[in-house]
Write a protein that binds this ligand. Structure first.
Ligand code: NDP
Length: 297
């Protein structure tokens, strides 16, 4: 048996179209343009690529894209000052501070300085609490993308056994909260889990968010399970170049799973698409307008 491939690239393209449609309606019907500000501190090459891609896709969706680049040596006070100004700027509906921040800056302090209503990454402690208590919040983009693909594939997830491998604040924990919200029976596994293969084997849904190349082999996957691979790991190829692989060993897992996301082309493209969706949601909430269907959890 070979699994259905869940095409995150195509799904993300459809989501971006939906976002662009709502942006056009906001503009035509209300004279409002959703605005996203991205703040980058320092010169990290990977972060620069992410920020560039976010800016490009934001503009392509018809939204206002604002980039603020601060030097590696920028002080915490400077960054907090900028966030304060963006919080007060009515043209900006979403603020994203690109992580990681340089070591001399307190990341939690900075994230919690963002207005929760503009926290389109969903990392502010208020949004974490709202999600945890099942209230309306801004949902972190990567888990939101995973949930959208799962819902699209399965319809209802109620009663399913879900195992999330990884307990980070940005992926594992919010993913588990979302699956709990869908009435899954949720297990969160991590580096201290005693018998990871047996734990994963119980799952109807496996979400792998570990950061270890091809750590989960097909033999751990229950036949017919749905596998969402969040991992992005760069490994060396024989020809000296590099390539991306997930946390799941795709070649063996695809033979056992019922459905699986590839890497690249699975979860990755959904993350920015969900960032755009969150910005539109934030814009609608800020203006007291009904939230578009299908853009949030
Ligand atoms: P973190 O490093 O913050 O968390 C990794 C988690 O994996 C931890 O909870 C850790 O457990 C757990 N873990 C590590 N080793 C093992 C092991 N041997 N067995 C079981 N669990 C283990 O990573 P992130 O959550 O930030 O990211 C995870 C992956 O997802 C990375 O590859 C990252 O690049 C990718 N990613 C992809 C995104 C996308 O857009 N597609 C967005 C964000 C991340 P413990 O807590 O016990 O240490």
């Amino acid at each position: 048996m070979s699994a259905t491939i869940i095409d995150g690239k195509a799904f993300a393209a459809r989501l971006r179209e939906k976002v662009a449609h709502h942006v056009a309606r906001l503009s035509d019907g209300h004279g409002i343009t959703p605005g996203l500000a991205v703040v980058l501190v320092g010169e990290d090459p990977a972060s620069q690529v992410y920020v560039r891609n976010k800016g490009r896709q934001t503009k392509e969706a018809g939204m206002l894209s604002v980039e603020h680049r601060l030097a590696e040596t920028a002080t915490q006070a400077e960054l907090l000052g900028l966030i304060g100004a963006l919080n007060d700027d009515p043209a900006i509906h979403g603020i994203l501070v690109q992580l990681p921040l340089p070591g001399h800056i307190d990341t939690d302090l900075v994230i919690n300085a963002i207005s929760p209503a503009k926290d389109v990454d969903g990392f502010h402690i208020s949004n974490v609490g709202l999600l945890g208590t099942g209230q309306k919040s801004m949902v972190p983009c990567t888990p939101l993308g995973c949930l959208m693909m799962l819902r699209d594939h399965h319809g209802s997830l109620a009663g399913m056994e879900a195992v999330v491998v990884g307990r980070s604040n940005i992926v594992g924990k919010p993913m588990a909260q979302l699956l709990l919200g869908e009435s899954c029976t949720v297990t969160i596994a991590h580096s201290r889990t005693r018998d990871l293969p047996a734990t994963v084997r119980r799952a109807d849904i496996v979400v792998a968010a570990v950061g270890r190349p091809r750590m989960i082999p097909g033999e751990w996957i229950r036949p017919g399970a749905t596998v969402i691979d969040v991992g992005i790991n760069r490994i060396a190829r024989e020809d000296g170049k590099s390539r991306l692989v997930g946390d799941v060993d795709f070649d063996s897992a695809v033979e056992v799973a019922g459905a699986i996301t590839p890497v690249p082309g699975g979860v990755g493209p959904m993350t920015i698409a969900c960032l755009l969706a969150n910005t539109v949601t934030a814009c609608c909430r800020a203006n007291g307008l009904p939230e578009p269907e299908g853009l949030t959890a």
